[in-house]
Design a protein around this ligand. Sequence first.
Ligand SMILES: C[S@@+](CC[C@H](N)C(=O)[O-])C[C@H]1O[C@@H](n2cnc3c(N)ncnc32)[C@H](O)[C@@H]1O
Length: 248
Amino acid sequence: MAELLTRLLQELIHADARACAALPERRVQLLDAHRCERYFDGWPPGFRPESYVLPRLMKLRESGMPQHDYWESLFDVPLIVERFGFNRVRGNVAELGCGYGTFTLPVAASIGGVVHTFDIEPEMAERTSTRAREAGLTNVRIVTRDVAADGFDLDPGSCDAVLLFNILHGEHPVELLREAERLLGLNGFVAVTHWRTDIQTPRGPPADIRPSPAQVVKWAAEAGMSSVTPTGAMDLPPWHYGLKLTRT
Ligand SMILES: C[S@@+](CC[C@H](N)C(=O)[O-])C[C@H]1O[C@@H](n2cnc3c(N)ncnc32)[C@H](O)[C@@H]1O
């Protein structure tokens, strides 16, 4: 019985891996092995998941944070919240990387639903949690999670917006965009901000991995976001641009 289940599981993994050939190999194996684990409600006896479940992806490159006050001096946060129109969002929002909660809190204060925010660093999750509590916000759910490896723990179509702020220079931006789009309902949008590539900025990832607005739109197309319409890049002074990828 164990042998039969193992063989079936291997076939499922390999079939899924072929179907997802566009994804990097190790992520395919990790995600699909987890999917199979759910399918079987645990591993079948005698199955050795180590052969399939490869090491987790780590914190995305160049995603460490400087001092809190310095970080928040680099953005006009109310302007960014206003330009993306978060005050018109009635449903839920997901965010990859809360950091200090710089955008988590003002977005939560603007929307009708819940902000589900995820950070790989327990310290960042804790700081954002404390800030949300101190601000009296009850619509923030904070999860310590490696989103690059495990995705968001949210259902398809469950969000009106997904925030990818200052993060798309990490590894596998196409997969992150695909995962963000998965959460969107009709008229939902992926909100991207990043450091401008056409000027010198006081901080930000190195030029060779810093995506321009055109690069993000190209990645969105590679991610198969064919139902998504990008607005032109917004200027978010002093140092950033914004892109809104709306599901139409
Ligand atoms: C450059 S900061 C940006 C924080 C916030 N989005 C902002 O703009 O203020 C990136 C954040 O993403 C988190 N992060 C990096 N890799 C991650 C991963 N794989 N899963 C979840 N969070 C991650 C980091 O810990 C960090 O807090």
